[in-house]
Design a protein around this ligand. Sequence first.
Ligand code: FAD
Ligand code: AMP
Length: 475
Amino acid sequence: MADKEFDLVVIGGGPGGYAAAIRAAQLDLKVLLIDDRQGDDGKPAPGGTCLNVGCVPSKALLDSSKHYHHIRHDYSEHGINVDDVSMDVGKMIERKRSIVKQLNGGLMQLFKANKIEFANGRGKLLAERRVEVRPHDGDSFTAVGKHVMLAAGSVPFTIPNVEIDGKFIVDNEGVLEFDAVPARMGVIGAGVIGLEMGSVWSRLGAEVVLLEAMDELLGVVDQDLSRAAAREFKKQGLDIRLGAKVSAAEISDNQVKVSYTDKNGDHSESFDRLLVAVGRKAASNGLLAEDSGVELTDRGQVKVDEHCQTSVKNVWAIGDLVRGPMLAHKASEEGIAVVEALATGYGHFNLDTIPWVIYTDPEIAWVGKTEKELKDEGREYRSGSFPFAATGRGLAMGNATGHVKILADAEDDSLLGVQIIGANASELIAECVVAMEFHGTSEDLARIVHAHPTLSEAVHEAALAVDKRAIHKAN
Ligand code: FAD
Ligand code: AMP
C-alpha cells in the first residue's frame, strides 16, 4: 500500500501533541495525530499523561480531599458545625474518572471538528520522515509527513529493588485508584507528585511518611518558600524524612516493607501502600527506528536545537520528551510555537517565563529566577515580600498562610522572579508571568490598581515593598 501523505504527523496525543495538531489544522495543514492510550472501556483516551494520569485527575482528588479536610477542620471557625462527616472514596474516584472521560471525549470531538485524522495506536519514526502506524484496531500503515513532531511525553522513573505491582506498590497511576484510605502510606520522593498525592491521602486520614533522598525539601524552589512549605506540611502531619535514600521494598502479608539509609544508618518501615514518585524520564523507548537519524542525549531525551528541531531536518520534538521543565503548559506552548513557525515562519515561546505550580495546601507557584540563582549568577537585585496575613481577604477567607516575594534588577528594576506560597498561588502567578513577558518592572506592578479586597493585593504590596513603600506593613 502506498504511504499516506500529510503535512504534519504527530506522535503522542498529550497536551503537547494534541495542541500542536489542533493549531496545525487551524493553519490548514493536513494532520495525522497518533496516540496509543486507551481507557478501561477500550476507547481512545487522548490527552496524555496530563489528562489521564497526571494534572487533571490529581487535581480532582486534591480538590475532593481539600473539601473534606476543610469541612472537618476549618468550618467550625466560621460557625458552621457539621456532624457525621464521612468520605466515600469510591465516589470520589468515580467523579475523577468521569471528569477524565468527559475531557477524553471532548478532545475526540475537537479532532473531528478540526478534520484531524486520529489513529489510536503506536507510532514509530522511520527514516525520511516516514512513520509506521500500528492501530490497536485495524491494519498497520505507513504515513509520511512533510514535517513530523515527536510528542511522546514521559514515563515514571523506577528504582532498583522496588517493583511496581499496581496494588501495594504504585506509581502515579495506581495512587489515583486506591479503593480505600490506607492506614499508613509511604511515599518515595518528596517532589511535586509525592507531595501532592501524599497530601490527598493524608487529608483523608492516612498516616503519610515521605522518604526523600536529598537533604533539602524542594531544592528547585526558593528557599524562603521551601522553608515555609516544610513548616506547613509538618503542621498538617506529613512526616517528611530528608536524606533518606530508599534501597529496596518488598511485599509480604499485605504490607510493604521499605529499607532506607540516612546519616544515622539503615532503617526499615512498613506501610499498607507505597507510592514511588522519584521523577520521570523521556518516553523515547520504541519511538525511533534505528535508522531514523534522530539523536538522543545520554539521559534518553530527544536532542533538539532552540527551535525544537531534532538532528533530522523537519522532524521536531517537544514537551516532556525534550529538555526543560516537565509541565503540561510548557509542552502545549512549545508545540504550538513549532507549528506556527513551520506554517507561518514565526512562533513565540519563552522558556524563561514558564510558571511552575505545586498544588499542595498552601499552593506554591513561581516564575523566573530564585534568590539563590541570582546570587550564584552574581546579579544585583532588590527584593520585596508581603504576607497574606496582612491582607483583609486572606483573613476573611480564613486562609492567610504564606507570602509573595518579588525580585527585581537593582539597576533597571526589571522583574527577575516572583515566588508565591499561599491560597490561589496558582492563579496569582499569572499576572506576574504577564508582567515578566512584557518586560515589566516592579514599579509597573506597583502602579497597577489591584481590586480590594483580594489576595492579589499581596502581589501589589510585594512590588511596593521592593521600593520599601508597602502600605500595610513596616518597610
Ligand atoms: P504526555 O502527556 O506524556 O503525552 C504523551 C502521549 O503520547 C501519551 O498519551 C503516550 O501514551 C503517547 N505515546 C508515547 N509514545 C507513543 C508512541 N510511540 N505512539 C503513540 N503514542 C505514544 N504538569 C502541569 O503542568 N501541571 C500539573 O498539575 C501536573 N501534574 C502532574 C501530576 C502527575 C501525577 C503527573 C505524572 C504529571 C503531572 N504534570 C503536571 C506533568 C504533565 O503531565 C506533563 O508535563 C505533560 O503531560 C507532558 O505533556 P506531553 O504532551 O509532552 O506528554
Ligand atoms: P520530582 O522530580 O519532583 O518528581 O521528585 C522526585 C524526588 O524523588 C526527588 O526529590 C528525588 O531526590 C527523590 N528520589 C529519587 N530517588 C530516590 C530514592 N531512592 N529514595 C528517596 N528519594 C528519591
